[in-house]
Design a protein around this ligand. Structure first.
Ligand code: TRP
Length: 345
């Protein structure tokens, strides 16, 4: 295993050395995946698997931090894994597994809790927001970012693609890793966050000031990746626009129309302000968006249907991934245990 904090050694001495970058992404199985997940996370991850060592896991332990239904977690976990494969994640290139099948996540979590302050966890904006919405708050909601730190540090990754909402958690990860290294000796690689392109943000069609999400109230403004074509069409045609009569790109003043143009750009390529000139009315624009989204999702939906016929295949991919992940992770946990004083060799 590589010495922590330094770039990984290159495999051969002959080729000019470009060190392999390792990346990790976690998806929480709390709902159906949607267009925002595809554009913001899944597509970049699938493209990235050819350039980087890609690790993807279904963060089912994180899904237990707020009230949950046991059967649903299992269903969403399998559904999300199947969608990732349907969208082109290649299990021979990328490591794909379910978090709870790799016990080293929780093992490292505890060790990192011993290097994290209560105040640090309590200050997290997401904890404050989520705990304010509930009267019963699980202790795991408070320690959630420490588990996230364990997820990341377990695999000696260099980069973590994070949206705005997770950047504070990544900062905490870096703080805890740096502190652990300083206190107990070099143990972890301190990873950097990579922010997705701004255009990768998809907003809710019914409320374009909010991010498209798995759990938005009615789902009316969310295009789920497995929505049938007529549902996609209906949601797009009902998208909120504004009273102006021409199509123009102005994210601040015309967020609904801007969102439609950004979605179109993410399907077709090109830039939203240039695309705006091609459409004379909202009806034309919406038709184009509905068609482009459907064309992008169709192959994923078809492949999903095929894969879902054989859940045994997906389960085998996940079991195999978990085994490889345990092998990698065992080494990190061993290092951390030795450093913190639990093992002598
Ligand atoms: N907290 C992330 C989210 O809510 C999911 C997640 C858990 C994650 N562990 C991670 C993402 C590790 C990246 C790396 O979306």
């Amino acid at each position: 295993m590589a010495p922590s904090g330094t770039p990984l050694p290159t495999p051969t001495a002959s080729a000019p050395s470009t060190p392999v970058v390792r990346r990790i992404t976690g998806l929480k199985p709390t709902g159906h995946l949607h267009l925002g997940n595809l554009v913001g996370a899944i597509r970049p991850m699938v493209a990235g698997q050819y350039r980087t060592e890609t690790i993807v896991f279904l963060a089912d332990l994180h899904a237990l931090t707020v009230s949950h239904q046991p059967a649903q977690i299992r269903e969403f976990t399998l559904e999300q894994a199947t969608i990732l494969l349907a969208a082109g994640l290649d299990p021979d290139r990328a490591l794909l597994y379910v978090q709870s099948q790799v016990p080293q996540h929780t093992e490292l979590h505890y060790l990192l809790e011993c290097a994290t302050g209560y105040g640090e966890a309590h200050r997290m904006i997401q904890f404050r927001e989520k705990s304010a919405q509930r009267d019963r708050v699980r202790l795991s909601l408070l320690s959630y970012p420490v588990l996230m730190a364990a997820d990341i540090l377990l695999h000696d990754v260099h980069e973590v693609p994070v949206g705005e909402d997770q950047s504070q958690h990544l900062e905490l990860t870096r703080t805890v890793a740096t502190r652990f290294n300083a206190r107990y000796g070099e143990t972890f690689i301190v990873p950097r966050g990579v922010l997705p392109a701004v255009s990768a943000r998809v907003m809710d069609l019914a409320d374009p000031t909010a991010k498209m999400g798995k759990t938005n109230a009615s789902g009316a403004g969310t295009i789920f990746l497995l929505d049938p074509p007529e549902v996609i069409r209906r949601k797009v045609l009902r998208a909120v626009t504004d009273p102006a009569r021409t199509v123009g790109y102005d994210p601040m003043r015309r967020p609904g129309v801007a969102n439609l143009l950004e979605i179109l750009a993410s399907c077709l390529g090109g830039s939203p302000d240039v695309l705006a000139a091609d459409y004379g009315s909202y009806a034309q624009l919406k038709n184009a968006v509905a068609e482009a989204v459907e064309a992008m999702l169709r192959p994923i939906r078809l492949r999903y249907t095929e894969l879902a016929r054989d859940p045994g295949y997906v389960r085998r991919v996940l079991a195999d991934g978990a085994e490889r992940a345990r092998d990698n992770a065992a080494d990190t946990v061993h290092r951390a245990k030795r450093a913190i004083g639990l093992l002598s060799h």
